[in-house]
Design a protein around this ligand. Structure first.
Ligand SMILES: [Zn+2]
Length: 488
């Protein structure tokens, strides 16, 4: 093979997959045309390499399977250029967009094409999308899978935007009957209104507790009972997935369902693992999301679920909006009505965090016995599997996309403004001290982010990013996720 056609990347510390016990020296050869790994040699070989990462850790690129890009339609909340910059700066090589908060919602093949068109020339990392299930759109589901949707998301309660209504059991059954034809995965926002709503909170609405009281864990448990029932009814043909689990009290239900062999997977988010409700300041609406961040005891139980595999992986659920909709004090009155500043009950729910998850989870995880292997499993492998991308992403092996996160797990960092690249900078993580510095992000062999190129004098990070958007739209037709059990 001629060296002009390949990029050679070497490091003394490489983790090829979560099966590897500890980092080892490897040299990875990438075909420049296809972006695929063509050869992996044991050993560190700086003399041959185009990219010598020395002692920096190379691992499979992070796949964040839950990001709200909001483009087209609400690009002022977030757009593909800023979201993919943020991803690149955080070692995230693939993001999968959610079907709501953009306009139109991604609920038809036409909307899917419109999104693809809108994202063209704006992707700094690879981007795919979930479709949505809403009442009556079941005839669109199979064509959308064929057009590259990774699967579908639905709501069992109000989604927060009127273009994306929730589904009831009868509508779910129609959708799942369609998904059964292709073994398409269905993602559930698992919160449901209770027959008896919770009593009004005794706390002031600028106090986080007021919001927490309004969304008890029971709302998640009730929804998860329904998800499990539907999953059982359509097993093994329609894999079901619970997005952003917050209530640890639902873990026993989930463990039972998994023991029963149901095709059920579960994600949680960086915020549920790294923040507890007791520490949320007054009026700090940047912490508001649905389901809510709960108390510290809940958080520790979620960690147990992560470490024992009951929770399959961790994502950002990056869901930003403009600061005025957050009714945030930082807004200085811009668009915020008198008396509404810092009102947790009225503020938009969603936490901005794409690209800052790795140091957050690594810092908190190490205190609880989390290993590098777990990081790869939770952030890269299982999320790639969830997005039906195991043929390309989630591991470093011959034939796979050369997507890599290059970082220093030992280095301490502060999440300062120059590390926050998404459009609206309001986030609970500003000024947080962490461990884990992302140094380079490589997408299909291309360096899309290089921390070393930051301008030391001005602090500008412009030069860190590749001049061209080298990310690609992921349109691979949906791959059957349950090979051995299907077509019985
Ligand atoms: Zn979400």
């Amino acid at each position: 093979m001629s060296s002009s056609a390949t990029t050679i990347i070497t490091s003394k510390r490489v983790m090829l997959s979560s099966e590897q016990a500890e980092p080892l020296p490897y040299t990875i050869h990438v075909n420049n045309e296809t972006g695929k790994i063509v050869q992996i040699d044991q050993g560190y070989a700086p003399e041959k390499a185009n990219i010598d990462s020395g002692n920096e850790l190379i691992m499979p690129g992070i796949v964040d399977a839950h990001v709200h890009i909001n483009q087209p339609g609400r690009t002022q909340w977030e757009g593909v250029v800023t979201a993919s910059h943020a991803a690149a700066a955080g070692g995230v090589t693939t993001i999968i967009d959610m079907p709501l908060n953009c306009i139109p919602s991604t609920i038809t093949t036409d909307a899917l094409r419109l999104k693809e068109e809108s994202f063209r020339d704006g992707m700094w990392v690879d981007v795919g999308t979930w479709g949505g299930v809403v009442p009556g759109n079941h005839p669109h589901l199979v064509p959308m899978l064929e057009a590259g949707a990774r699967g579908f998301k639905c709501f069992l309660c109000d989604s927060g935007v009127e273009e994306f209504p929730p589904v009831n059991e009868a509508e779910l059954r129609k959708a799942m009957t369609e998904l059964k034809k292709k073994n398409g995965v269905l993602l559930f926002h698992a919160e449901m209104e209770l027959p008896t709503p919770p009593p009004p909170s005794k706390s002031n609405s600028t106090d986080y507790q007021s919001f927490l009281d309004s969304r008890p864990a029971k709302m998640e448990e009730t929804a998860i009972e329904l998800v499990i029932r539907m999953c059982r009814e359509f097993a093994p043909y329609v894999p079901c997935h619970i997005v952003h689990l917050s209530a640890a009290s639902a873990l026993p239900l989930i463990r039972e369902a998994k023991k029963e062999g149901l095709p059920l997977t579960v994600e949680t988010c960086f915020h549920y693992l790294t923040i507890n409700s007791e520490s949320i300041p007054e009026k700090a609406t940047e912490y508001k999301c649905c389901p809510p961040i709960r108390d510290n005891e809940n958080r520790e139980k979620l960690w147990e679920g992560v470490l024992d595999g009951s929770i399959d992986f961790v994502v950002s659920d990056h869901s930003p909006c403009t600061p005025d909709l957050k009714l945030h004090p930082c807004c200085g009155g811009h668009g915020v009505k008198d008396g509404e500043e810092g009102d947790f009950l009225k503020a938009w729910g969603g936490i901005a965090s794409v690209g800052i998850g790795l140091p957050l989870i690594w810092t908190e995880g190490q205190k609880r016995g989390l290993k590098l292997q777990d990081i790869i499993r939770l952030l890269s492998e299982k999320t790639a599997e969830h997005a039906r991308l195991t043929h390309r992403k989630g591991k470093l092996a011959v034939g796979m996309d050369a997507d890599m996160t290059v970082w220093s797990p030992e280095e301490s960092i502060v999440i300062t403004k120059d590390k926050i690249h998404f459009r609206n900078k309001l986030t609970p993580y500003a000024e947080r001290n962490c461990q884990g510095l992302v140094l380079k992000t490589i997408v299909r062999g291309n360096v899309v982010y290089d921390a070393e190129l930051q301008d030391k004098a001005t602090g500008s990070t412009d030069a860190c990013f590749s001049a061209q958007p080298l990310g690609q739209w992921i349109s691979d037709p949906f791959q059957n996720g349950i090979k051995s059990q299907s077509r019985l």
